[in-house]
Design a protein around this ligand. Structure first.
Ligand SMILES: Nc1ncnc2c1ncn2[C@@H]1O[C@H](COP(=O)(O)OP(=O)(O)OP(=O)(O)O)[C@@H](O)[C@H]1O
Ligand SMILES: [Mg+2]
Length: 227
């Protein structure tokens, strides 16, 4: 069972259990111009907005393909979520054993920490390929905006039928994620709910170039609207 960790500054965190961090009392809101923060002296300061783009969906939906394209097109760093799994998780997945919630906990908090760290180091935004199959996994990532109030978190959900993804993964070579992982991921997939307004849904059954273009256009539209 996942739980939220306690608040630690600068995105540094530990996997201890505890309640969702309580947001700072400092008045702050977002507008078309960016985040507006009120200083202790009542002065209004506009802060440059940053964006975290999570490319999500089950095995084989095209996360890596789309995330690389977005990062190149937007000239921002890209984090391949697969590279941050502990060896124990990779061993499980290679053996066709589905990961549990607790297997994913440290992985998700590490991806969040890495994302905050890229922004802290000066990047305007960051793209992360991460399946984020369940609402509570997405919520773990959403906490990144608690650590950095200039950060807007977005999920790009790549949606395609299971049979199509089975075919794609079966044809892919040199990846530890076997075709049997597609079914187990669909079994636990919680499609984004209507009230998850930070989710952009893309039809990933289109051909690769169409999916990439569709995702980029929707990201650029969100950037133009600064939302
Ligand atoms: N829209 C598409 N149409 C056809 N093939 C695609 C499409 N998108 C990706 N592929 C191919 O399908 C396979 C899976 O794509 P990719 O590795 O990007 O998916 P993924 O979601 O990152 O998978 P995983 O969850 O296993 O990391 C790759 O061989 C890729 O070249
Ligand atoms: Mg991938």
């Amino acid at each position: 069972m996942l739980s939220y960790d306690s608040a630690v500054p600068n995105g540094q965190d530990s996997p201890s259990s505890g309640p969702l961090p309580v947001p700072s009392a400092k008045p702050m809101s977002t507008s078309a111009a960016g985040t507006i923060a009120t200083s202790g002296h009542g002065q209004v300061q506009r802060q440059h907005q940053h964006h975290l783009w999570l490319v999500t969906g089950p095995a084989g939906c095209g996360k890596t393909t789309v995330a690389e394209h977005l990062a190149n097109a937007l000239s921002i760093p890209y984090i391949e979520g697969d590279l941050y799994h502990p060896q124990a998780n990779i061993d499980k997945m290679s053996g066709g054993i589905p990961l549990t919630d607790s297997d994913r906990w440290d992985w998700l908090t590490e991806l969040r920490k890495q994302s905050n760290s890229r922004i802290n180091s000066g990047a305007d935004g960051v793209v992360v390929a991460c399946s984020a199959l369940k609402l509570k996994y997405r919520d773990v990532i959403r906490v990144a905006a608690y650590y950095d109030r200039t950060l807007l978190v977005h999920f790009i959900f790549l949606h395609a039928p299971q049979e199509l993804l089975l075919k794609r993964v079966a044809e892919r070579k040199g990846h530890y994620m076997g075709a049997n992982m597609v079914k187990s991921q669909f079994d636990i997939l919680e499609r984004p709910r209507e009230d998850e307004v930070d989710v952009i849904t893309i039809d990933a059954s289109q051909d690769s170039d169409e999916v990439k273009q569709d995702a980029l256009e929707k990201v650029q539209a969100a950037l133009a609207a600064n939302m």
